[in-house]
Design a protein around this ligand. Structure first.
Ligand SMILES: *[C@@H]1O[C@H](CO)[C@@H](O)[C@H](O)[C@H]1NC(C)=O
Ligand SMILES: *[C@@H]1O[C@H](CO)[C@@H](O)[C@H](O)[C@H]1NC(C)=O
Ligand SMILES: *[C@@H]1O[C@H](CO)[C@@H](O)[C@H](O)[C@H]1NC(C)=O
Ligand SMILES: *[C@@H]1O[C@H](CO)[C@@H](O)[C@H](O)[C@H]1NC(C)=O
Length: 256
């Protein structure tokens, strides 16, 4: 008899507490917004304008319209694309006339020369370095040689020797690697030009500290914002649980 009384009382308490918790919990707790529809394509313009600074290269991509060629290839998820992007400081390190004296077609070739019509992860350069010359987007004689030196990818254009200094983006189908120098093709510049870059003739502009900013566009993780709305109802629910626990303990004490 005593037991059934306790049982009934505890059930009533339980009903009350749960009902209370229910009404207390804000019904306005908005459903967590569905994640923004992830675009299948990587917007190269957007990516290059936030990383880097790669403004000079982006400027050439746009003025030569090569950006359309590259974006089209980036949209092509079958092959993908690998782009070597020199930082603004790399452009400052070459003579102004090096690029300004080129014909518009030559300039376009130089920019096309900075990409491979296939996605390569950094690890895949190990196998690329075994093949002799890798064709670039510029086609024909516009090839690059890669060597993998214990994880560091070295690039030789015949005229420029540089290395991949950081991966800006490397998710199939788009790889964007930062390089320390502008890749000048042997097909245009030949081999007679001294391979050492001209001592910077622009002392007026102190080159920005060339610290490798490992700024990865990938790392822009969208942290799910925690909702604080639930905390009050949570307290009430745990209060209900506590009440039931106390009641149960009481019931046990009465029983024995
Ligand atoms: C790519 O990004 C640029 C700069 O944010 C923007 O102007 C352009 O419309 C975007 N292109 C597409 C196809 O979304
Ligand atoms: C790439 O794909 C995006 C999204 O589908 C589209 O807006 C854009 O026009 C495409 N760009 C090119 C050059 O194909
Ligand atoms: C570049 O062009 C300028 C003027 O058009 C000329 O004076 C200069 O010699 C050229 N430089 C080279 C490296 O051809
Ligand atoms: C690239 O490699 C090939 C084959 O090893 C070689 O003949 C060529 O001279 C190299 N080119 C450069 C720019 O080092």
């Amino acid at each position: 008899m005593e037991f059934s009384m306790i049982f009934i009382v505890s059930n009533i308490m339980l009903l009350f507490s749960s009902a209370f918790a229910k009404t207390a919990s804000p019904p306005s707790l908005s459903p967590t917004p569905a994640p923004a529809p992830a675009p299948d394509f990587v917007n190269l313009t957007e990516l290059l304008s936030v990383a880097g600074p790669f403004h000079t290269f982006l400027g050439y991509l746009e003025s030569t319209k090569v950006i359309d060629t590259f974006q089209n290839q980036a949209n092509n998820t079958e092959e993908g694309i690998t782009i070597f992007v020199p930082k603004d400081s790399a452009f400052n390190a070459i003579k102004k006339t090096t690029l300004s004296n080129l014909t518009s077609n030559q300039l376009k070739q130089v920019i096309l020369f900075h990409a491979l019509p296939h996605f390569y992860s950094l690890a895949e350069f190990t196998s690329l370095s075994q093949t002799s010359s890798t064709p670039t987007f510029a086609g024909g004689d516009y090839t690059l040689n890669f060597t993998d030196d214990s994880g560091t990818v070295h690039i030789n254009s015949g005229w420029s020797k540089t290395r991949v200094s950081s991966a800006v983006h490397s998710t199939d189908p788009v790889a964007i690697y930062q390089v320390d120098k502008v890749l000048l093709p042997e097909a245009i510049f030949g081999t007679d030009i001294p391979p050492a870059p001209a001592p910077a003739p622009t002392p007026d502009i102190a080159p920005a500290a060339d610290s490798p900013t490992e700024h990865s566009a990938d790392s822009k993780a969208s942290s799910p914002s925690s909702t604080h709305d639930g905390s009050s109802s949570h307290k009430l629910i745990s209060y209900g649980i506590w009440a039931n626990l106390v009641l149960a303990t009481f019931g046990v004490l009465v029983l024995f």
